[in-house]
Design a protein around this ligand. Structure first.
Ligand code: FES
Ligand code: FES
Length: 186
């Protein structure tokens, strides 16, 4: 059974070793931040970092991932505070967001080896397709994230992910928070 380390946790998949890593991440490990293009044009939304390199997880089998260190978008930071995540928000480089996880992963892997990439280096590293066409903003976001990594600039942290049901209900009048059923049955 293929074993690997995902987001700093050792895991073992009881799955066909020929299964693409993408499906194991999404369906078995519940790491759904890694997107599937679902056929048609592959946009690179499934990228993960494998031993320091951004790769398309749909093109790696579990057998090929055996023993490797894998970082998914969920593992990049616990609170969306990775400079690449912050810069994508600050540069408004997100439209529908479908390509975003793959682009953030590709940008983070690039910045890890080179925190001051040129435009050409960024375009070479980010081969991902964005159907919404945010390319000029992507280049700015990667360069800005690089400046944050070099401590030449700072961006205030993105808000923590998630929202409590009670908070959501307060903000959206049509929602009601349903109380948890009590164990006592009364
Ligand atoms: S699922 Fe489209 S590039 Fe991997
Ligand atoms: S933001 Fe929509 S596909 Fe890139």
């Amino acid at each position: 059974m293929p074993r690997m380390t995902i987001n700093d946790r050792p895991v073992e998949f009881d799955l066909d070793p020929q299964m693409p890593l993408l499906y194991a991440l999404r369906e078995a490990a519940n790491l759904t931040g890694t997107k599937s293009c679902g056929g048609g044009d592959c946009v690179g939304a499934c990228m993960v970092i494998v031993d320091g390199t951004a790769l398309r997880s749909c093109r790696i089998t579990l057998a090929e991932a055996e023993g490797r260190l894998i970082t998914t978008i969920e593992g990049l930071s616990r609170d969306r505070s990775h400079p690449m995540q912050q810069a994508m928000v600050a540069e408004q480089a997100i439209q529908c967001g479908y390509c975003t996880p793959g682009i953030v992963i590709a940008g983070a892997a690039l910045l890890d080896r080179n925190s001051a990439p040129t435009r050409a280096e960024i375009e070479d590293a980010l081969q991902n397709l964005c159907r919404c066409g945010v390319y000029p903003r992507l280049v700015r976001a990667v360069q800005r994230a690089g400046r944050v990594i070099q401590r030449r600039e700072s961006i205030s942290a993105a808000p923590a992910p998630g929202i409590e049901a009670a908070d959501a209900a307060q903000r959206v009048p049509a929602l009601r928070a349903v109380p948890e059923p009590s164990d006592s049955g009364d």
